[in-house]
Design a protein around this ligand. Structure first.
Ligand SMILES: Nc1nc2c(c(=O)[nH]1)N[C@H]1C(S)=C(S)[C@@H](COP(=O)(O)O)O[C@H]1N2
Ligand SMILES: [Mo]
Length: 441
């Protein structure tokens, strides 16, 4: 079906600036949420000196983080069971952060290119629902369709042509904590280190096939997938169920409706029986437990692309900068932050690097806080949407504290900077991380 791409809404920042203007003029529908509630949220943010939920959703989400952190610190029974996640979360594999579980990068050492499900990070706004595939239905509806709603059962979805892709899934706020620890800048949200990412082999149907079977028209502009998990409350306002619009151009391009992950039925914590996987875009786009998709002839808005997942703060427009869509580039060592290593003992440092713009082609490593750099050996064929493993031998020669640095460069020539552009919600951290280690006798 021909779609007019002349006004290219698959260019994320253009798309979102356009939508924000439209919303402000009342020309975009804040689907699923009362317009007054949305305005109330904007007002709450503005009163606190920012247009975001910096002071709004911040505390609401942070409160859970704090409670869990306190429980973990106190060693209280149950401290290791993150609320609402079904799979086991042993402390050697995960660091618990409120309703979320961060992958410990050290636990990836020796694993393959794919992140095993038993150590793949979980980011839940509320908790993992149990959805029976036999009773699951995907309802596609809205005024961007030629006819009425169309329902897909699990069998119907599985009968569509199958696609398989190896792709990373990464939270927009991955590495957020380094804004504070490395740049001295305050940010709100889950204080992830580098482990809010995983790479999986996703198998499923094309969203474009589903939309075509549902009768998407050339007049459709946005699609809004919505999860079956509980409604989210922030700052006393019910935001409704997790949902975020995608421009039709992206939805028809490369988005998957995945029902398998690494060769297994999609596990409940990762959105089973069916989730979206939106290549290169921030994790929030990849709606888990998808239950319905609105296809709209008008622009759509949700809190997840208005006051959350936008760039706010000094250096950004007062009404918020572009919505966060495409991910950035990063590198991580497969080693605990603050690890202790023995002097004069030869070892091999390993790690992974990834970029949403292009395959990573080169990684440079420093073991002396950035004084000298060496090129790392890359172990995988760089591929679009994935990551590469790399290594560099190291025999520490002096005792004391030092910092390990890894800097990725992708095929577009983009390289990790020394500092990341600050935004109050701490998204898209891309700077080289200074990984502290102590060399001991
Ligand atoms: N329905 C629903 N979809 C969701 C979320 C959620 O809480 N509910 N979290 C989002 C966010 S913020 C991220 S980073 C990814 C995390 O996917 P994972 O838990 O499988 O790692 O799912 C996204 N999809
Ligand atoms: Mo996320």
């Amino acid at each position: 079906m021909p779609h007019d791409l002349s006004d290219d809404l698959s260019d994320e920042s253009h798309y979102d600036r356009t939508r924000l203007r439209q919303w402000a003029r009342g020309r975009a529908r804040s689907a699923g949420m009362d317009r007054r509630d949305l305005l109330k949220l904007f007002a709450a943010g503005a009163a606190a000196g920012s247009m975001g939920l910096a002071a709004g959703a911040g505390p609401a989400f942070a409160a859970t983080d704090t409670a869990a952190a306190a429980a973990a610190a106190s060693g209280a029974p149950g401290a290791l069971a993150a609320p609402g996640i079904l799979k086991p979360l042993p402390p050697e594999l995960f660091t618990l952060r409120g309703t979320n579980a961060e992958t410990n990068f050290a636990a990836l050492r020796g694993t393959g290119l794919l992140t095993p499900v038993d150590r793949f990070f979980v980011r839940n706004h509320t908790s993992t629902p149990r959805v029976d595939p036999g009773r699951w239905r995907l309802k596609v509806w809205g005024d961007g369709l030629a006819g009425g709603p169309v329902e897909f059962s699990y069998e119907r979805l599985r009968a569509l042509p199958v696609v398989e892709r190896t792709l990373f899934l990464e939270c927009a706020g991955n590495a957020r904590s380094f804004y504070a620890t490395q740049q001295g800048q305050a940010v709100t949200g889950t204080p992830w280190t580098l482990g809010a990412i995983g790479v999986a082999r996703w198998r499923g149907a094309r969203l474009s096939d589903v939309l075509r079977q549902a009768g998407v028209t050339p007049g459709a502009v946005d699609v809004m997938p919505r999860g079956l998990d509980d409604e989210v409350t922030a700052n006393g306002v019910n935001l409704g169920r997790v949902r975020r619009p995608l421009p039709v151009a992206k939805a028809l391009d490369d988005v998957l409706l995945a029902y398998e992950m690494n060769g297994q039925p999609l596990p409940a914590d990762h959105g089973g029986p069916v989730r979206l996987v939106v290549p290169d875009w921030v994790g929030i786009s990849s709606i888990k437990w998808v239950g319905d998709i609105e296809v709209s002839a008008e622009p759509l808005y949700s809190p997840w692309n208005t006051e959350m997942y936008r760039l706010f703060g000094p250096g950004h427009p007062a009404e918020g900068g572009p919505v966060v869509t495409r991910q950035t580039l990063k590198s991580a060592f497969e080693l605990d932050l603050g690890a202790t290593v023995r002097v004069h003992r030869p070892r091999v440092l390993t790690g992974r690097s990834w970029s949403a713009a292009a395959p990573v082609t080169r990684i440079d490593v420093s073991v002396d806080g950035g004084g000298h750099w060496r090129r790392a050996r890359v172990h995988d064929t760089p591929s679009r949407g994935g990551w590469v493993r790399w290594s560099v031998p190291w025999t520490p020669r002096v005792t004391g504290a030092t910092a390990l640095l890894a800097r990725a460069t992708d095929a577009t020539g983009r390289t990790q900077p020394e500092t990341s552009a600050h935004n109050t919600q701490g998204y898209l951290f891309d700077a080289v991380v200074r990984h502290p280690v102590t060399v001991v006798p």
